[in-house]
Design a protein around this ligand. Structure first.
Ligand code: PLP
Length: 428
């Protein structure tokens, strides 16, 4: 049998760090990553035959569980027609219609091949239509790895201790203004000073790349107000929250209408897909209708569209998100109870189908400074003990957890039993 350790050693010879995306490397977890062979429902199975209850869900897309037969079936049905044509296909229009119906702030949508491309393109569009260069983002929010957005970012960049990356020209980074998340005063002051230079605000409406931090009451409303007052574009990065926090995304949950929305993850059903869109007025500026250039050889790929449409269609079943949220609440409540019983300081935060665990004595965590002040070593020990008990959490204290409709009450109970043991182990 080939072990994960052997595969990792081999991978490291020709792949930087042995992985094709940094956080997979388990770098902060002081153990080699687990190599998975297959997945089904709520479970991952590693190359050594071990089974894990999975709360990563391929970092979000697997909201109905892995290898969903309806999604696989839709892809299979298309497969023999060919992988890609580089021409328009009817299925792209079906996808656009579906997205615009589910997210009413989007009247027009352009598909991309990743979330990074979606946010990068949305920023370009905002700069193009306003004729301004400066953008506002929030500390610890991650919007993919394009240059303008890799400034004080969260997620993998944060896990590796480099929230801002070398290689981003200072002359570009100076156009990115970074403010503390959930800080209404900071937003208002910034707009007072340089509001007429701000092309856009880009925000994760629930932050999921510095653990899980929902917006405080009034924060998203303040962003909307500031953008209205200064003719700036409000971009909701719903790559993670889209179709997960609620059917219509965080914007439906919190009742805020952004000018542009970025999507990814669930919209591709597990295939490499992103999307961005907004009103017809703003989207008419995108090439070939308008002058703001944006393109992609594989954008709108028919197999990816088939997977995404099959998944989105399933999410429209009445009660889907209520049931998902209920599962998250049961899990979080159970974990908190067990932490208290074990004398471990841990709290949870959640929104719809996403959640986060913070090892802290605080009662809530609202921003980057508070998230990074949590006990990362306690998380590492918890993560490792949970993995040994067959529960796969994101290998970083700064990632959200994802629930799926495939997680059964038994899976959640297994997780709670594992946590009970883990809390004891981590205190030894
Ligand atoms: N935006 C958010 C909120 C994300 O969480 C991510 C990825 O995790 C991205 C953008 C980038 O998406 P991708 O990794 O598909 O490029």
């Amino acid at each position: 049998m080939t072990t994960s350790a052997e595969l990792f050693e081999r991978a490291c010879r020709h792949i930087p760090g042995g992985v094709n995306s940094p956080v997979r490397a388990f770098k902060g977890m002081q153990r080699p990553p687990v190599f998975m062979e297959r997945a089904r429902g709520a479970y991952l199975f590693d190359v050594e035959g071990n089974r894990y209850v999975d709360y990563v869900g391929s970092w979000g897309p697997m909201i109905t569980g892995h290898a969903d037969p309806d999604v696989l079936g839709a892809v299979r049905e298309r497969l023999d027609n060919g992988l890609s044509f580089g021409t328009p296909t009817a299925i792209e229009t079906t996808m656009a219609e579906l997205i615009c119906e589910m997210i009413p702030s989007m009247e027009m949508v352009r598909m991309t091949s990743s979330g990074t491309e979606a946010t990068m393109s949305a920023i370009r569009l905002a700069r193009g239509v306003t004729g301004r260069d400066k953008i506002i983002k929030f500390e610890g929010n991650y919007h993919g790895h394009s240059d303008s957005l890799l400034v004080k970012a969260g997620s993998g960049a944060l896990t590796h201790g480099e929230p801002s990356s070398p290689g981003v020209p200072a002359s570009l980074a100076e156009h990115t203004v970074t403010l503390p998340y959930n800080d209404i005063d900071a937003v208002e002051q910034c707009f007072e000073e340089i509001g007429d230079q701000i092309a856009c605000i880009i925000v994760e409406p629930v932050a999921g790349n510095m653990n899980c931090i929902p917006p405080q009451r009034g924060f998203l409303e303040c962003l909307r107000r500031a953008c209205n007052a200064h003719d700036s574009v409000l971009i909701f990065d719903e790559v993670m929250t889209g179709f997960r926090v609620a059917l219509g995304g965080a914007q439906a949950h919190y009742g805020i209408h952004p000018d542009l929305t970025c999507l990814g993850k669930i919209v591709g059903g597990g295939m490499p897909v992103g999307a961005f869109g907004g009103s017809e007025t703003i989207m008419s500026n995108i090439s070939p209708l308008g002058p703001v250039y944006q393109a992609g050889t594989l954008s709108g790929n028919p197999l990816a569209m088939a997977a995404g449409i099959a998944l989105l269609t399933k999410l429209r079943e009445p009660g889907f998100h209520d049931a998902l949220t209920q599962r998250v609440e049961t899990l979080c409540h159970g974990l908190e109870e067990r932490a208290v019983a074990a004398g471990v300081e841990m709290i949870s935060q959640h929104a719809g189908g996403m959640f986060g665990l913070f090892f802290t004595g605080q009662t809530r965590v609202d921003n980057f400074a508070q998230a990074t002040a949590c006990d990362a070593e306690a998380f590492r020990r918890f993560f490792s003990a949970m993995l040994d008990e067959g529960v796969y959490l994101a290998p970083s204290a700064y990632e959200a957890g994802f629930m799926s409709s495939a997680h059964t009450p038994e899976d959640i109970q297994h997780t709670l039993d594992a946590a009970e043991k883990a809390f004891v182990t981590m205190r030894q």
